[in-house]
Design a protein around this ligand. Sequence first.
Ligand code: GRF
Length: 190
Amino acid sequence: MTKRVAIFISGGGSNMVALARAMQAPDFGAKPVLVLANNAHAGGLAKAAAMGIHTAVVDHRPFKGDREAFEKALLAALAPHDIDIICLAGFMRVLTPVFIDRWQGRMLNIHPSLLPKYKGLHTHKRAIDAGDSHGGCSVHEVTSELDGGPVLLQARVPIEAGETPETLAAKVLIEEHRIYPEALRRFVNT
Ligand code: GRF
């Protein structure tokens, strides 16, 4: 049974594109049926539409910090699409247990660090400032602990002399585009 995947984005959606492209393989076992953004200006929306994927926008701003109301709107946007799995891909809103309890075990995220190190933001700068030999990225299941769920797959990226957060981010993003589709494929087929 082909799993129906919704991908949540906030920006350019390069991870969404990588996931959608990978799912074009006939034996992948999943297909992207919805790309949802929390703002209408997310560049990934046009990329999804160009790939023939249905898009939706649930702007978080009208909810003015009422996270539960925003998440009820997310759930309503998902409802018509019979979604099996959610992939957060550059989605910059923190979800509360109201949403997570409904989707735990069926929701993945890509985080740009070697979890459990550097949960939260500014991961590349923190790794460089700490003098780490490597940065990287992790695909994990989403739980109510921010960036804390079971890790499914990781990629390590060497931190070289003169590395900046920008140069490391660019190297890590390439690995994100490789491991997220692979992690989803394994997740779907286990
Ligand atoms: C990237 O910095 C990535 O590390 C993180 O979200 C950001 C935007 O990714 N996962 P995308 O191009 O919108 O997928």
